[in-house]
Structure formats: C-alpha cells, structure tokens
Design a protein around this ligand. Sequence first.
Ligand SMILES: CC(C)(COP(=O)(O)OP(=O)(O)OC[C@H]1O[C@@H](n2cnc3c(N)ncnc32)[C@H](O)[C@@H]1OP(=O)(O)O)[C@@H](O)C(=O)NCCC(=O)NCCS
Length: 170
Amino acid sequence: MQDAAAFASAYERNRAHLEPWEPIRPEGFYTEAGQRSQLEQFVEGRRQGRVERWVFDSGDGEIYGSITLSNIELGIFLNARMGYWVDASLNGRGLATAAVSGVCEYGHRRWNLHRVEAGTNVENHASQRVLAKCGFQEIGLSRSHLFINGKWSDSKQFYRILHTDPLPLD
Ligand SMILES: CC(C)(COP(=O)(O)OP(=O)(O)OC[C@H]1O[C@@H](n2cnc3c(N)ncnc32)[C@H](O)[C@@H]1OP(=O)(O)O)[C@@H](O)C(=O)NCCC(=O)NCCS
C-alpha cells in the first residue's frame, strides 16, 4: 500500500507510453487515492493466492515499471498470465527481458508453475520481441480480444512451458 504515490507518479509520467496498450483510464487512476484503490484490489487477490507483482525500483522512491503474474491456477493446470511495462526512459536496456525470465524462474520454483501465458496487442512488436527472447511460443491471433485504448483490439497470444515434470499423485 505504501507504493500508491509512486505508482500514481509513474503512471502519470508514462501516460503517452502506455496509452496505446492499455484501457482508457479515468483521471482518478493517476492519483494516489486511485492507486491506493487499485492496490487494495491487488492485495486481496494476493491474499487469495491469485496474483503476485514486482516493481522496477532504483532505490529513489520512484517506480519504473512492474511485472505481474495473474490468474495463478494450481491443480493440473499450474498456469499463470503475465503482464509487464517498463518506464519509457529505461526502454531498450533489457529490463523487460530480464524480468520476464526471472519471474518465469520464480513461478516455477515458488508454485511449480508448468506454463505461463502472455498476450500482446498485435501491433506491440517490442513486447513480442521480449517474449520471443524469453522462449515464449506463439499460440496465434485472437481477434477482438481486449478493449484497449477505446477499441476492441486483436491480440497475439503466447505461452512458455517451464517444465514437464509429472505431478505427484494426491
Ligand atoms: C514492451 C516493453 C515492456 C519492452 O521493455 P524493454 O525493457 O524496453 O524491453 P527489452 O529491452 O528487454 O527488449 C526490447 C526488445 O524489443 C526490441 N524492440 C523495441 N522496439 C521494437 C519495435 N518497434 N519492433 C520490433 N522490436 C522492437 C528491442 O530492440 C529489444 O530487442 P533486442 O534485444 O533483440 O534488440 C516496454 O517498451 C513497455 O513497457 N511498453 C509499453 C507497455 C507494454 O507494451 N507492455 C507490454 C504489454 S504486453
């Protein structure tokens, strides 16, 4: 919850950078109170074991992006969805690539995840490149997939298998 102000300032700074790839946000989203409310939902999801998030942090109190595992599903699926963004001022330094690889490794170790999925807007070539560098395979094109920046947008879906170890019997 202490990150609310830093998230608000990071999203404000990166409005134009994120706009093509995200839903249109109400003005309140860019305020500390708005981010507090987002974090409350996140904390509840985390308490239920459904989500986990990491931030890019240089120790100056600001946030420079985040990476999230959501829809964490155990049982015989052992699957999660991944989403991420990196501050515009720090793009092209391999941060997203390092984070995606690191979080896949962590998901394997912490939950024994077998599979991670990610979707990118069909025009988001930088994100598709990140996933390719991290060993993700393309599933295919999902038309009219998400309501992004004011319109239903096509998405390329990807997955990575983290391991194929058999599951123990119950
Ligand atoms: C996509 C994003 C996460 C990439 O972060 P990053 O830290 O710059 O990524 P990396 O530096 O690890 O790798 C970027 C790769 O994309 C490549 N790239 C950048 N722009 C590109 C473009 N327009 N077309 C093709 N490749 C591109 C880079 O050259 C690099 O590949 P390389 O290492 O082979 O040269 C960042 O730009 C971002 O936050 N964008 C806005 C939000 C977003 O798109 N999130 C993902 C939603 S699925």
